[in-house]
Design a protein around this ligand. Structure first.
Ligand SMILES: Cc1ncc(COP(=O)(O)O)c(C=O)c1O
Length: 436
């Protein structure tokens, strides 16, 4: 039997993360060098390496008997816990009625794009998840390339918006940012919010990395700055190292009752509700507790230590520009200073650059520029610094907190040797390229 697939599906490309997975698997099985058996230095996958907090795991076991469907927007206990969590950590005063729970923020962002009319404005570089969704929904969209500082320029946002004819526009703001690891401060958010008010732009503020902000008091939610026009999304995936639980939430803007009922229709039509035991387990993750507070503190400090090491080591490669991460577990490395040398050896695109770094003797996986919605010929790459045993490193940090710069360097060398070696491989690759 030959199945006929809808044209709309045929037309979208495979999301980049799936492409990457396939590429790594195929590469791996076709490599016959003995070194390939150990795998590769992994800077490509954006997953928290830490264990799911024990109290969430316990709650999941305890609630395994909850077989009934949950209410569409989420169980009341969870919406209430998320409301308190937002107040405690992000100074967002939102009633539980403004919070809807969904199977991951990726799905919730998709649902928001389904119901909101308007042209999408996508600042670049961007997380690789947004564009396939926008294309699949056949929405009009425009890229908004950032400048040298890799942040949205309010002037550029205004200029672009003035060119768009739509009554409403949708800005996707990702703060803290994947792939750059950068954080927007209050003033920057206020300037963006001013343009949004003037130009009737609604904001989907993807704040999935908020809790990883190294200096946590510096995080400001767009939901606070522009409460009437911002949809904040967040969830368990990064802060609670539970991407596989598939649980996210959206905070609706103030005074959006009509919209909420439209949204409810969409959720009920598409997935009814999030798994009930998972919702009960999530309550523990969002309730304010000493255990969770310690978990957030330790994990964000480890991300900071790893980030600092990777940032400093990459800067040692002459010509490389690197964003200095303030949150997440990523940074953006710009290798364009090597463009001429790369072209000489027929590496003309960022895709080719990622492939060349994967082959023997380098064995290093990164995410190249075109997967970050940059030009194919832009030799920038996202470096995720999570290739270590999270459970072990967590314990080792608890046993002895590294305080000085040299203690932190030692900590990384002892606890993340593969990452240290991988950075050396990147340096070696570019040294070899220059000497070819
Ligand atoms: C910026 C960003 N938003 C959203 C997600 C997806 O989150 P979720 O697991 O809640 O769907 C990711 C995961 O990599 C991400 O990096």
């Amino acid at each position: 039997m030959k199945f006929i697939v809808d044209q709309q599906v045929e037309d979208i490309e495979m999301p980049e993360n799936l492409k990457l997975n396939t590429f790594l698997q195929e590469f791996h099985s076709s490599c016959d060098q003995p070194e390939c058996s150990f795998g590769f230095y992994g800077f490509a996958f954006g997953q928290s390496p830490f264990p799911v907090p024990q109290l969430i795991q316990n709650a999941l076991i305890k609630n395994a008997d909850k077989g009934a469907y949950a209410a569409v927007p989420g169980i009341p206990e969870l919406r209430s816990a998320i409301s308190k969590y937002n107040k405690h950590y992000f100074e967002l005063d939102v009633a539980p009625e403004r919070i809807y729970v969904g199977p991951g923020t990726k799905e919730l962002i998709f649902n928001l794009l389904e119901i909101l009319h308007g042209t999408v404005i996508l600042p670049t570089p961007a997380w690789l998840g947004y564009l396939p969704q926008i294309r699949f929904l056949q929405k009009n969209y425009h890229m908004l390339p950032t400048r040298a500082n890799k942040k949205i320029s309010p002037t550029d946002l205004q200029k672009l918006s003035l060119r768009l004819q739509d009554r409403q526009k949708i800005l996707i703001l990702n703060n803290p940012n994947n792939p750059t690891g950068l954080l927007y401060d209050r003033l920057e958010l206020e300037e963006i919010a001013d343009i949004c008010r003037e130009q009737n732009i609604v904001v989907i503020s993807d704040e999935i990395y908020a809790q990883t902000t190294f200096n946590f008091s510096k995080f400001v939610s767009m939901g606070k700055i522009y409460p009437e026009g911002t949809f904040v999304t967040n969830g368990l995936s990064k802060s609670h190292a539970a991407g596989g639980y598939r649980l996210g939430y959206v905070v609706f803007p103030q005074h959006a009752s009509d919209l909420k009922s439209q949204f409810k229709k969409i959720l009920a039509t598409e997935y009814t509700a999030v798994s009930t035991p998972i919702q009960h387990a999530a309550v523990e993750g969002f309730e304010i507790s000493k255990d969770m507070d310690e978990y957030f503190e330790i994990t964000r400090n480890i991300h900071r230590i790893m980030g600092e090491y990777v940032y400093n080591s990459l800067l040692e490669i002459e010509g490389v520009k690197v964003t200095k991460p303030e949150a997440t577990f990523y940074l953006l490395a710009d290798f364009n200073a090597f463009a001429t040398d790369l072209q000489k050896v027929k590496i003309n695109t960022s895709q080719k650059l990622s492939e060349s770094l994967m082959v023997h003797p380098y064995h290093t996986a990164i995410v190249g520029g075109d997967s970050l919605v940059l030009e194919r010929t832009d030799f920038s790459a996202r470096i995720a610094y999570v290739d270590y045993d999270g459970a072990k490193v967590y314990q080792s940090y608890k046993k002895q907190i590294p305080k000085t710069h040299s203690e932190r360097t030692e900590f990384v060398k002892n606890n993340a040797p593969k990452m240290v070696q991988g950075i050396k491989m990147i340096a070696k690759f570019f040294e070899d390229i220059r000497n070819k």
